[in-house]
Every structure is written in C-alpha cells, then in structure tokens.
Design a protein around this ligand. Structure first.
Ligand code: 4AD
Ligand code: MG
Length: 468
C-alpha cells in the first residue's frame, strides 16, 4: 500500500496525483452536494481535508463516517480552494477501517483537561495531546543529540536499587515476599534476607550514584530514564513516576556544570522551536484562546528564555532578596529553609524576569554527596529556576574528598553497608566531578505552556492514581 502520511502531503510534486491516506475522522460537515471530512493520522497537528462529492457516493456509504472512525481514503490531491489548508483530497474511494459510535468520548472540542485525564487512553487522539506528545518526542531526541554531540556516553543505570540516592526516604519497595505471610527475624523485623534480592530493595529515585561510577571511568555520561518517588505531594509539578536526565562529568566544577546546564536547556528549547513549529503554534493559539488576558504568548515566553543569560546568585543572596521584597509568602523565608515554588517563581518572574541559577544552599537541606564549602554551612549545589515552573534542574559539584564524604554519611546515619561501593570512587583515583538532573516533564511543561504535569506524560502516576 502506498500510503502517504499527512505530514508529507504538502509536497508540491504530489499535486494532481492519486494518493492513499489513512487516519481518524475529526469532524464531518457539508451539505447535500458535498461533504468535508477532516482527517488526522497523528503525524501532524494539521488535519487533511477530504472532499466527498455526493454524486459519487451514496448515503449508506457515508453513514459510518463519524467523528473517531478510522478511514482509508483514495483520491486526487489538489490545491485547496478553501481557507485553512493548502491542499485537499478529492475522494474516489473510501473504506471505513473502524467505526466509532456516538459514545466515542472525544466527540467535540472544549472538553476540560480533567475530563481528558480520565480518558487518557483516548486523549492522545486530540489535537492538543497529539501536539504535546510530538513535542515530547522531539525533546527526547534533542537530549540524546546534545549529549552525543558533546561526547557524553548514554549509561543505563538500574531501576531497582538497595540504596537511597537522595537520602530522602520516599521510595517504593520492591519485594516478592508475601505480605500476608512475612518471614521474620528473631527480633520480629521483616527478614529481607529471604526476599528476592536477599536484601531490602526499592525503585530508584535517581541514577546519579551509579552515574558517578560511569563518569569517573568514561569521563562523561548521561542517564535518561524513569525515576520513582513516593512523596505524597499532590501538586501540578510532581509525579510519582517521572523521567529524569542526569549528566555527570569528571574534571568539571560547579561553574562548568552551570554552563553545561544553561547550554543544554537552551539547546533543547531551540530544537523544539525549530522542529515543532506547527505544534508550538497550535499550543500558542490554544493558550491565547483560554486566557484572553495573557500578556505574553507561549512563543514569546520561550524565546525570552533563549535571549539572555541566566542570572547566577547564591542561596543567601536569594534569601536576602526575598526578605527585602516585602511580599507576604505562604511559607515565610528565613535563611536555612528549603525554597518553595512561590519563592522560586518570585525570583524568576517578578525580580529578575529571566531564569535563575541559585547556588551554595545550606547543607542540611541538600543531599549528602554535595561538595562542602569552606564555611562549613553551605554546599556547592545549583538549582536552575524557570518561569512558570520553579525548579527545573537540581545538581551540584560532588564531594570528592573521601574523609569529608565519609564524615557526612556518618553524620546523617546513612547505612554504610549500602554505600561502600560509592565511597570507593573517592578511595581510588578520586577526581573533581559534577552533574545535575533535569526533570523531563518539567521541561515539557515549559515548552508546551501546559500548567499540570499530568498533561505532559501519557499515563501519569500520582498519589491515588495508577489507571491505564
Ligand atoms: O533535585 P532532584 O531531586 O535531584 C536529583 O535527583 C539529583 N540526583 C540530580 C543530579 O544531580 N544528578 O531532582 C532533579 C529534578 C528536579 O529539578 C525536578 O525537575 C525533577 O527532577 N523532579 C521531579 N519531576 C517530577 N516529579 C517529581 N516528583 C520530581 N522530583 C524531582
Ligand atoms: Mg531538587
């Protein structure tokens, strides 16, 4: 079958030729002489107009052509007379591949995002979700391209782990023990030595620790995979299962790491602008129609981030700005507190009007592996903060000194039996090294302008929801 994809159909040399197209009916309208079918095959946000001359088709044949039905259309490609498309197909034959009756939920436009989340098995067939997921694909491709072009090797780190990389404890247990009949040790605890892996295991919250093993061997690596967090936060920016990109490189310090993060994120965003033009334009219109009072279009916001360099300042300077702002925050600011998204967004959206990289956070609110500063209070952390999003990247220079790292692990009572292999990177040929993690869905939120993280991953996992 010489099927042609709708994204390829505008090629000028095709005009006048016979084409075969397949797709799903978005709408059908017309009168008793001529009918117009808007067909979409997922390859582009643009529908193909199929023109049906009713002298050539009878009513019975057209009846099953309803919204959601799938068709194979053969016809002649012609330049379109109508507005809104450059070409159309004058149908000579139509086969209905699959019907869709009036219980098909994606009938009309204007469904709420909440409704569409409940129909996540079909929402991909809407123009909105088609656009979002094509952009997601192109961003994933851009990420691999960026790191490949910069000499980073793609390392696949384990999803099942016996260590808690972030030391935050929000992990999903992985076990084959029978919960109704748990083996017990003499002192009454669950005996994980009888579990599948012979120890207590969980789904990973980050591939970083194993990433460091790769970086201190191959020089520079990146991971790109799912990560799991059992934090019970029902926010528009948190998922229990999300995708993270974690580059890690030897011989770079925190300044190089910030340069890398800025170059990387700008590359991904420009790549999307270049390769997802129609989808981003569609989303721009979508947001404009929804919020009539928006001052800035999606494309302006995206281009705004590319224009200027990110502001870099320390956490301490950030706290001073927040305290001097006179703003009443829901969570009061004091040196030592973890920043909330309201604080991050104030700095980015109201104070600096561009992305911010905050560095040198208090060590007690950051993970154990970060390089300790001379002052004994702060660590060489770096968070990239974005408009609309807040934290989009978290990273740091790593503590490369064996004794300091060991002391910090002990200070935090992290079980040493889980950490011996990690410490050996510092025992044998330790090097300065740094890395960061980008939350993939948060990047997609920014590029698509969507407000809820549940709308940029196909089948979101959040507290209380694992449908589909
Ligand atoms: O700041 P985080 O927790 O850093 C790490 O996991 C480090 N190991 C990264 C590294 O240095 N290699 O997470 C990194 C990023 C955040 O900035 C955020 O964008 C995203 O991951 N993220 C989440 N995205 C969606 N849902 C969640 N629950 C997320 N938690 C973090
Ligand atoms: Mg973080």
């Amino acid at each position: 079958m010489k099927r042609i994809k709708i994204c390829d159909i505008t090629a000028p040399e095709l005009i006048g030729s016979e084409v075969d197209v397949m797709g799903w009916v978005r709408t059908r309208r017309g009168n008793k002489h001529v009918q117009f079918i808007a067909l979409n095959d997922g390859s582009t946000v643009n529908n193909l107009q199929v023109v049906v001359d009713l002298t050539k088709f009878d009513d019975e044949q057209l009846k099953p052509i309803t919204t959601g039905a799938s068709l194979h259309v053969t016809g002649t490609l012609v330049a379109s007379q109508g507005r809104g498309q450059s070409v159309e197909v004058q149908a000579t034959a139509i086969t209905v591949l699959g019907t869709a009756d009036d219980t098909y939920p994606m009938q009309k436009k204007g469904h709420t995002l909440e409704f569409l989340r409940e129909k996540a098995h079909l929402r991909l067939r809407t123009n909105l979700f088609g656009a979002i997921f094509r952009i997601r694909h192109h961003l994933a491709f851009a990420i691999h391209k960026f790191f490949n072009d910069h000499g980073f090797f793609y390392l696949n780190t384990p999803l099942i782990t016996a260590s808690d990389a972030e030391g935050a404890g929000d992990m999903f247990r992985v076990s084959t023990l029978d919960p109704d009949d748990l083996p017990r040790t003499e002192d009454g605890h669950v005996d994980y030595s009888r579990d599948f892996f012979g120890k207590h295991t969980s789904l990973t919250v980050s591939g970083q620790l194993e990433g460091e093993l790769g970086a201190t061997a191959l020089g520079a690596i990146y991971t790109f995979g799912p990560t799991f967090r059992a934090e019970n936060s029902n926010t528009p920016r948190h998922l229990a299962e999300f995708w993270m990109i974690e580059p890690e490189a030897s011989f770079i310090d925190i300044t190089d790491n910030m340069d890398l993060a800025e170059e990387f994120i700008k590359y991904c965003i420009s790549y999307a602008l270049e390769h997802c033009h129609d989808d981003i334009a569609y989303l721009d219109d979508y947001h404009m129609n929804k919020a009539k009072d928006t001052q800035e279009s999606l494309i302006e916001r995206i281009e705004g981030v590319l224009k200027e360099s990110f502001v870099r300042l320390t956490y301490t300077e950030g706290i001073d700005i927040l305290k001097a702002s006179g703003r009443k925050f829901e969570f009061p600011v004091e040196w030592g507190v973890d920043l909330q998204s309201e604080h991050e967004r104030y700095l980015v959206e109201e104070h600096f009007h561009r992305p911010v990289i905050l560095t040198d956070y208090p060590r007690d609110i950051k993970a154990f592996y970060m390089k300790q500063n001379e002052d004994g209070k702060t660590v060489r952390a770096m968070d990239v903060l974005f408009p609309q999003i807040g934290e989009i990247i978290g990273g740091s220079e790593r503590e490369a000194d064996y004794d300091k790292l060991l002391a910090e692990i002990e200070r935090r009572n992290i079980p040493m039996k889980d950490m011996w292999w990690y410490l050996e990177t510092r025992k044998f040929g330790t090097v300065p090294h740094s890395g960061f993690g980008l939350g993939f869905e948060r990047l997609i939120l920014f590029v698509t302008g969507m407000a809820n993280i549940r709308d940029v991953i196909a089948f979101p996992r959040t507290p209380g929801n694992a449908e589909f």
